[in-house]
Structure formats: C-alpha cells, structure tokens
Design a binder for this molecule. Structure first.
Ligand code: ASP
Length: 437
C-alpha cells in the first residue's frame, strides 16, 4: 500500500489535478493522498498559502477582506471549472470569513489552503475526505503529539479504504487549528504513511528527486537514484532542500522508504530514500554534495591544552551562555576550532571572546568570518581507498585553500571549510572529480 503526497505545484491548477489523477489511477495501491494547497502556476504567481496569510493580515488590521478573499476564491473556482466538478466551496468561504471576524488565528487561516484543496481532490478522485483537524493532534503549545496522532490516524484510516487527508495542519483537542512550519505537508504525508504501515511513501513534487549538487551551481547535476536517510540528513543539514526536514523521522522509524517523484515526469523513477542501501550498483563514490555560506570559525590555541581537563567543556560553555549552537568542532593537540553560524555569533562576538578568555585563558584566540562549509556525502566513501586524497586534490588543484576539514564520526561525509568566495568553485571541483570522471 502506498501513501502519496502531492506538493503545491502538483495541484496548482486543473491540468495539474489531471496529472495527479492519472498517477493515482495508474496504481490502485495508492490508497491515501495528502495534498498541499495550490502552489505557483508560473514563476511570479502566488501560492494560495501566501494569499491566505495576506488575507489574515488584512482582516487583523481591520481592512475589508473582500479583495484578498476574491483572489483565493478565484483560484479554487478556476480549478472547479477546469475539472467540471460538481462542488461549490461558497459555504466554506462564508465560514472562513465569519471565523476571521470572530478572531480565528493566523494558523487556522493558513490551513484553509490544504483543507479546501483536499475537498476538491477528494471529489475529483472519488475518495473519502478526512479532515486533518480530526486526526493530526497538537498540544496547546503547538507541538505535534505523535502517539495520539498515530492512534487517531490508525482509527480513521481503518474506516476508509481510499481517502484524502489534507497536509500541513491538525488541531488541538479543543479543535483549535494548528499548522506545521512551512512545507509541512511533507510531515503529514510521513505521519499518514507511518500510521497506515505503508510499503512506500511517495512524495510527488516538481522535480524528479534530489540533485547530486545544487543545479544553480552545477547545471548538469545528475539526480540521485538512491540515498539513505542518514545521507539525506547530512545533505539537508547543509542546505539541500526538497523535503521538509521533519518529514524524515516518522517514516525512517517505521522502516518505510520515501520516493521523491515528479508529477510532471511520472515515468522518471525519482530518488529512493531507504534506511539502508547497498553499495552495489552505486554509480559514483559519492552520493551528493551540499554546502552553505555564512559560518565563522573561532580558533583557540593554548599550549598543553590536551592535558587540561574540562578545557573543551568550558569553551563550549561560553557559546552556550550566549545561546550559540556550535556546528563543528575540529580539534588538534593544542588547538581547538569552533565553527558557528556567523549570524548567531555576530550580536555577541565581543562578549563570547571575553568569556572564553576568562574561562580558559588561551594563548591566542582569533575569529575568521565568511566561511563556507561543503559536505561531500556518500555511503560508498569509506570503502573506497583514497577518497579524501581525491577530494582534497580536486579542490587544491583549482588553487582553493581549505581552511578546515572535518571528517565527522559518521564516516559518510567529509566537510571542508573554504572562503565564501570559493564556495561555488569548490562544489564544481568536487562534482567534477567524482561524477564527471
Ligand atoms: N501550503 C503550505 C506551504 O506553502 C504547506 C505545504 O505546502 O507543505 O508552506
């Protein structure tokens, strides 16, 4: 049994709905569908969720809501017309308007995008409709209650063979609607897949999977055919986005693979994400490359640092006191480097350095900004002799100097730090060395 989630661009208008129906009908194992709200139809278009947030702001500032509401109605009514659906959402729009007057929340307003799209999709597919407010449970702080959600979902799903469950939102026990963070329909899909004990979670979007490198930097980057959840985590942490970060956990835990597919290219097998994947058939030593700019590196030097008990802890304490997360911690015998996000360090730079001085009395402490980190990730890397040498050679032959290296304990990634101005060139160099050869 398959749970299929369709993103906003896959349901942006009538012709996209038709593609979704073709996909659904092509395989009767696809029992449950999780839709997003209608997304952009063209690059300057608005997502319905953004229109709804605008509507909320208009209502909250006491201005007339009709113009903002008209744009939203138009989007849905166009879909109804294009598909010749025998459905009217007029009553729903009245309820939305009334609820806004009553002071319903921003999250409630944002959630209507998925809710209304779910009603249309259920009608179009001939599936049952399950309101996510009934089955996705949040506590009063807006935190997902996983066990309760699983229980509610299991009970609801067992009563419906084929159903649409809108993504992105749920509700507190008292009915107050809450949402996940943006892109959260991916999480709903994963929760439904897990509760349904699905064999597969399909996540349909507008690209056939993850690219091995950001296509804005490497325009001919290949798609990743197979990747493990752990590798994906390393890549997403470094900024590769397609799937909401939190969508990984429920399915990973349940041992359900996720398949990223493209609604616009349904023949493409997409990227398959699994708990463990063999390295047989792996085409390249590496699975992917991802990186981010905007890091600072704090170098701390002190003779005999290695024999000073608690040194590292006290250094990290200084960062913790100012709520600064550390990202990486490459250390030497008498040196310790703390890599942090520049924007987190910036407001407290002087105080943190003073605090480190007071806590560990270092011989020297320096900060270098504008660092970019690039992670080269691959489950095949450790087994292949000379991977690190190949990586560093590829980078250094381009005249790029590596400022820091972190092989991490995961053994599936090597992270290098370079000047931000070398960011794109480094990614190109790594891609070239491992994929184009
Ligand atoms: N519609 C919501 C958003 O635009 C949630 C989603 O698409 O997953 O973020």
């Amino acid at each position: 049994m398959i749970v299929a989630k369709f993103g906003g661009s896959s349901l942006a208008d009538g012709s996209q709905f038709q593609k979704v129906r073709r996909i659904m009908m092509a395989n009767p194992d696809r029992h449950y569908v999780v839709p997003s709200a209608p997304g952009r139809r063209f690059s300057k278009d608005d997502k319905v969720t953004d229109l709804l947030l605008g509507l909320y702001d208009t209502a909250a500032s006491g201005l007339p809501v009709q113009p903002a509401l008209a744009r939203i109605r138009e989007r849905y009514n166009l879909i109804i017309q294009e598909l010749e659906l025998d459905v009217s959402l007029e009553e729903e729009f009245k309820v939305l308007c009334d609820n806004l007057q009553k002071g319903f929340s921003r999250e409630y307003c944002a959630s209507r995008g998925e809710y209304l799209n779910g009603i249309l999709l259920a009608a179009y597919l001939g599936f049952d409709f399950i309101d996510a407010a009934e089955v996705i449970r949040f506590d009063h702080r807006g935190q997902l209650m996983e066990a309760e959600t699983d229980r509610l979902l299991k009970a609801a799903l067992s009563a419906h063979r084929y159903a649409v469950i809108p993504g992105f939102y749920g509700a507190e026990e008292n009915g107050t609607v809450r949402t996940f963070s943006r892109g959260g329909s991916d999480i709903t899909g994963a929760l439904v897949a897990s509760a349904a004990e699905a064999d597969l979670y399909e996540n349909w979007t507008d690209v056939p999977g993850f690219c091995m490198a950001d296509p804005r930097i490497v325009p001919d980057a290949k798609y990743i055919q197979s990747i493990t959840y752990r590798e994906l985590r390393e890549l997403s942490y470094m900024g590769a986005t397609v799937l909401h970060e939190d969508a990984v956990f429920p399915v990973r835990r349940a041992g359900i693979p996720t398949n990223i597919r493209s609604t616009n290219d349904p023949q493409h097998p997409g990227t398959m994400i699994t708990a463990s994947a063999g390295i047989e058939g792996v085409q390249h030593t590496i699975t992917g490359i991802a990186g981010q700019k905007g890091f600072s590196i704090v170098y701390i030097e002190k003779d005999m640092m290695n024999s000073e008990l608690g040194f590292g802890r006290r250094v990290l304490q200084a960062f913790e006191e100012y709520n600064i997360n550390f990202e990486h911690l490459p250390t030497g015998i008498d040196t310790m480097c703390v890599v942090v996000k520049e924007k987190e360090l910036e407001p407290h730079r002087t105080e943190v350095i003073e605090r480190i001085r007071a806590l560990v009395n270092p011989d020297q402490i320096t900060v270098n900004d504008h660092l970019a980190l690039i992670a080269t990730v691959g489950r095949g890397m450790v087994r292949v002799f000379g991977t690190a040498a190949r990586l560093f050679t590829a980078i250094s032959t381009r005249g790029i100097s590596i400022r820091t290296i972190d092989q991490g304990s995961s053994e599936i990634s090597i992270i290098v730090g370079v000047d931000e101005s070398d960011f794109e060139n480094t990614i190109e160099a790594v891609y070239d060395a491992f994929v184009r050869t």
